[in-house]
Write a protein that binds this ligand. Structure first.
Ligand code: G3P
Length: 478
């Protein structure tokens, strides 16, 4: 029957009393690869109780000690990059080299978080009262940042390790307890990562990892009275969570339709390299992938030709062979992508390559002459298919970008820096990249989405601050 990976609670590896498991299907073989415990609501309750108790003591643990443990976890994580990356390859079909990069980046993120935490949490504010009208200098106010309590972290399948530690690190350094609900695809990689924190020696109950079916424990977790903050990255589920969650801070990143606006004076070789990297790396399964190309008509043919030449060179196949384009995460995801492609075909888009699919593997496809009546002009495929819309003015490009319900990132290619800045100001997205494809990193940069792309800002510093509250003590002088 094969091993069922245990979940992590109270510093121990546990079997669920449900006796049930959740299978993880390898996207490449489409066969079950691993199994994880299907935790019950009762088990969630226990984890929440344990987290609450552990957090009380952790908040009193000196900041430098919290940082020391995080540094230790980061080092162990990096030492274990091989086996963790192997899980990423099998669970989410991430190309082998990118899988290793994800783990190394995660270790670096945890170390940086520890360093940033001791700096920003090591300082508070001192205010005096007589700056406000009517007051004498009779009140001194001391402020510091205190933890929120228990943080619930829900990362997505595309970075099960990295987008977990980007929540775990800030939560822990700030003195919170952390409950992780990993995505099903990526759960075993996440459990391995949690094991690194276990080996580092964090106190029992401070960090736990609950696995199971969203339908059974999803709402129960997100609506649990023991949760004091939710940090979520993923899709539409985030909108549902935000409607159901209580009066607690939310940090959400829910995808995007990142536009790439290309002006006539752009360096077209730079454009092509970034469109291909931005559109097709990890088969387009990144929130920050280039998801629509908006190119000035006069350079459109040249851009399409240059991009096609590079698309032709992309390797397509299994993640073990480190191919550029690998199978998408699930069959339903592949079906969804195919639906967008077929809709565009019916409505007259030009296919620059032949559409080809085998199982979950979809060959990279550039769709030219896409028009606004096509679904792919607006929807997020999360796959290796990229629409090109030809525009006759920059305003048309900005208008298309801003008409989207998403607002994560965008990019603009031009040699005119003044124009680039004006376009950046006009684009309703959390970040605009000038002369490069959208990307979240480096991981200490602010990362945020406008509109349906999210709530709050991430990035190491912002996440630490978001997972704290200000506490003030006022000294009233006689
Ligand atoms: O899809 C997740 C999003 O955070 C992208 O991260 O590093 O690929 O830009 P990155």
């Amino acid at each position: 029957e094969g091993e069922v990976y245990k979940y992590y609670a109270e510093g121990e590896w546990c079997k669920s009393s449900s006796g049930k498991s959740v299978p993880i299907i390898n996207p490449t073989t489409r066969k079950p690869e691993y199994k994880v415990q299907a935790c019950t609501q009762e088990e969630v309750n226990k984890v929440m109780e344990g987290a609450k108790a552990a957090q009380k003591a952790w908040a009193k643990t000196p900041l430098w000690k919290r940082a020391e443990l995080l540094h230790r976890a980061a080092a162990i994580l990096k030492d274990n990059k091989g086996p963790i990356a192997e899980c990423l390859v099998k669970e989410i079909a991430k190309p082998a080299k990118d899988a290793v990069t994800e783990v190394v980046r995660s270790g670096d993120l945890v170390s940086y978080t520890a360093e940033e935490g001791v700096r920003i949490l090591g300082e508070g504010k001192f205010l005096v009262s007589d700056s406000f009208p009517g007051n004498e200098r009779s009140k001194y106010c001391l402020t510091s940042k205190i933890p929120l309590g228990v943080v619930l972290a829900i990362p997505p399948f595309n970075y099960p390790v990295n987008l977990a530690v980007s929540k775990i690190g800030p939560a822990l350094i700030a003195g919170n307890a952390l409950v992780l609900k990993p995505p099903t695809q990526g759960a075993v990689a996440a459990l391995h990562m949690v094991h690194c924190f276990h080996l580092a020696g964090f106190p029992k109950g401070l960090i736990s990892c609950i696995t199971g079916k969203g339908s059974e424990i999803g709402d129960f977790l997100t609506m649990h009275p023991g949760v004091n903050c939710i940090s979520f990255t993923g899709g539409d589920t985030g909108i549902a969570i935000s409607k159901k969650a209580g009066m607690i801070p939310l940090q959400m990143e829910l995808g995007g339709k990142d536009a790439c606006i290309i002006l006539e004076d752009a360096d077209l070789d730079l454009v092509a390299a970034n469109v291909v990297k931005g559109g097709f790396s990890y088969s387009g399964q990144r929130c920050t992938a280039v998801k629509v190309v908006l190119v000035m008509e006069s350079v459109a043919d040249a851009v399409v030709d240059k991009v096609n030449a590079k698309v032709e060179k992309l390797t397509v196949g299994p993640p073990e062979e480190d191919c550029d384009v690998t199978p998408v995460v699930t069959e339903s995801s592949a079906n969804f992508i195919e639906g967008l492609v077929m809709d565009a075909k019916e409505k007259g888009a030009t296919f620059c390559q032949e559409y080809r699919r085998e199982g979950n593997l979809i060959w990279p496809l550039l769709l030219d002459h896409v028009r606004p009546d096509m679904r792919i002009a607006w929807e997020e495929p999360f796959g290796p298919v990229l629409p090109v819309i030809r525009i006759s003015s920059v305003e048309e490009g900005i208008h298309h970008c801003n008409a989207s319900n998403f607002g994560l990132q965008g990019c603009v290619f031009t040699r005119d820096i003044n124009k680039a800045i004006m376009i950046s100001d006009a684009m309703e997205t959390g970040t605009v990249q000038i002369n490069s494809a959208p990307a979240r990193g480096p991981d200490h940069f602010p990362f945020q989405g406008l509109k349906d792309s999210g709530i709050g800002s991430q990035g190491i510093t912002n996440s630490i601050n978001m997972m704290t509250k200000i506490k003030s003590t006022v000294i009233n002088l006689p």
